[in-house]
Design a protein. Structure first.
Length: 136
């Protein structure tokens, strides 16, 4: 069994992937702040993960899967993939662009804080596993 393959590491990996995708989306939004008709993008992940985790609390029965062709019964141990969402409904100025540079900069700072927290959590889990294996 791979110690780094449990559901908590999968969730952290998904969160890190989403944070990287969000960094690229925000950078793209900022780079196109003056591009006519450009519509900003954002990444959805944390809400989907929270919803999946809440749904998992309700189900108590889980079927054993011994073959990849089996259906999963009960809560899934998979992690949702980050989804790129484009905001088509708003406009910030006369050229139909909807990028608010101040909002994007605050989202960039928030994303950096999230990324740092995810990395810190991964490091703590690896440290705990190392202590458990090495005994020190």
């Amino acid at each position: 069994m791979n110690l780094l393959n449990d559901i908590s590491f999968k969730r952290l990996q998904g969160a890190l992937d989403a944070s990287n995708m969000r960094q690229n989306a925000i950078a793209n939004n900022i780079a196109n702040a003056d591009t006519p008709y450009f519509k900003r993008s954002d990444i959805s992940f944390e809400e989907m993960l929270q919803q999946q985790m809440n749904d998992g609390d309700i189900k108590v029965l889980k079927g054993k899967v011994t073959d990849p062709r089996h259906f999963v019964i009960g809560p899934s141990s998979s992690v949702p993939a980050p989804v790129v969402e484009m905001d088509q409904s708003t406009s910030m100025n006369n050229n139909q662009n909807n990028v608010d540079i101040d909002r994007e900069m605050s989202l960039l700072a928030e994303n950096q804080l999230r990324y740092n927290a995810y990395i810190q959590q991964v490091n703590e889990q690896i440290k705990m596993m190392r202590v458990g294996i090495e005994g020190r």
